[in-house]
Design a protein. Structure first.
Length: 428
């Protein structure tokens, strides 16, 4: 067993105590669990022992599972406890204050089909589940701030949680990002540097090495690894699904870029099985833009991860050329699959969600688009309910443009009815 030297975490100025103690004990290679490391410092470039020049393998967090409270998944949270604190024993130490992340609604869409609406998180996306954890890691490591390479949900969330913790945040964005998103980052006081996309990662490494800023997004050139602690925050989505449904769903359809959310959901259900709370994990389906699809390429070839050419797509939040081992592991161990969906299919799913009162970003509708194109859905529904994760609000769409409604004369009934007809209102 290989171990790195232990280093105790320092406490940042915004550190807080969690409502329950963390039972996190160590980090370990996701490729070879016998390769372990102390819990601190957090590994941000994958496992240095098992990674190769071709594939970087992530590290994950291990826990003292035999010490998990027996009623963690059955007892209601203590009064006033909201957010990740409810699940603190199975999360890395929560050293930064939260924003009541998680606890998002599970909305019935059709018979046996549910939508987990992640747009109800503090910054309107699932990334809040991750960044509560990564910013806590930055506080625990004594970093002066965090740095993130993103032009979307990840950057907005990292900026918000950094502000909450009293840390600086540097966002490395790309030209062509939605203007509303850059305003979002700056509203939280983040420093936004717009650089060519290939230059973002070398610059992030330089800022990390020279200024000590904690990276909360991927640093590796080969395959995606991400922060060892971050994906742990996504486990809470699995815990909530189990609590809300009272059972394990038959399948979960997940919008997928690098695969961290997919992995976190799988690990959460796997822990429920390990702890004897559930009998099985659901099938997980990673839903990617057909214009790329590194997860699908890896699954089809049997590789741990893949890199693909990416074509044009408006689903910028999940448009990735590089995949990661986390996603392939989640798909293979759950018995699920990787599904490719077109922009047209995602727009149809987005319209279906809007018709049900849920406004999702195009990327966020990929899960429902994957469900709608899956053959044999009735057979799957016979096994139990299925869940589509909707990851983000429609306010974040790349092509969002709202034309101002022209004023009309309220006394001109013809103009009124004409406007109503133009909006699709049936006046018959």
């Amino acid at each position: 067993m290989r171990q790195a030297e232990q280093r105790e975490p320092t406490t940042g100025r915004a550190a807080v105590k969690a409502a329950g103690p963390s039972l996190a004990t160590a980090q370990r290679s996701l490729r070879d669990p016998s390769v372990t490391y102390p819990l601190w410092p957090p590994l941000t470039e994958g496992c240095p022992v098992t990674s190769t020049p071709v594939t970087a393998f992530p590290a994950e967090v291990d826990y003292a599972y035999d010490e998990v409270p027996a009623d963690l998944f059955t007892a209601p949270p203590p009064p006033g406890v909201r957010g990740h604190e409810r699940w603190a024993p199975l999360l890395p130490p929560l050293r930064a204050p939260g924003l009541a992340e998680g606890g998002t609604p599970l909305v019935p869409l059709a018979d046996g089909v549910y939508v987990k609406d992640e747009s109800r998180n503090p910054t309107w996306s699932h990334k809040d589940r991750l960044n509560r954890i990564t910013v806590s890691a930055a506080v625990g490591a004594g970093a002066p701030g965090v740095i993130v390479a993103s032009s979307g949900n990840h950057a907005a969330s990292a900026a918000a949680y950094s502000a909450r913790a009293g840390l600086s945040c540097v966002v490395l964005g790309s030209a062509g990002a939605p203007p509303a998103m850059e305003a979002f980052f700056r509203a939280y006081g983040a420093a936004v540097l717009t650089v060519p996309e290939p230059a973002r990662w070398p610059l992030m490494r330089r800022i990390n090495e020279r200024l000590g800023y904690h990276p909360v997004s991927n640093l590796t050139p080969s395959a995606h690894t991400g922060h060892a602690f971050g994906a742990e925050g996504y486990k809470t989505l699995a815990y909530e699904l189990f609590a809300d449904l009272g059972r394990v769903p038959a399948a979960v359809f997940v919008p997928t870029g690098y695969g961290e959310l997919l992995f976190g959901i799988w690990k959460g259900f796997d822990e429920l099985v390990r702890l004897g709370v559930a009998e099985r994990a659901p099938k997980l389906y990673g839903c990617e833009p057909a214009a790329g699809g590194p997860l699908a390429a890896a699954v089809r070839s049997g590789a741990p991860a893949a890199t693909v050419e990416v074509g044009p797509t408006d689903a910028y939040g999940i448009s990735c050329a590089v995949g990661g081992y986390r996603g392939t592991l989640a798909v293979s161990r759950s018995g699920g699959d990787a599904l490719l969906v077109t922009d047209e299919e995602m727009r149809a799913a987005q319209a279906e969600l809007t018709g049900a009162g849920l406004w999702a970003e195009l990327s966020g509708a990929a899960g429902l688009a994957g469900l709608r194109r899956l053959p044999g859905l009735p057979r799957l529904l016979a096994e139990g309910p299925v869940v589509c994760v909707s990851t983000s609000s429609g306010f974040k769409d790349k092509r969002l443009a709202v034309d101002a409604t022209p004023p009309l004369d309220p006394e001109d009934w013809g103009a009124v009815t004409g406007a109503l007809k133009a909006a699709g209102i049936d006046l018959s």
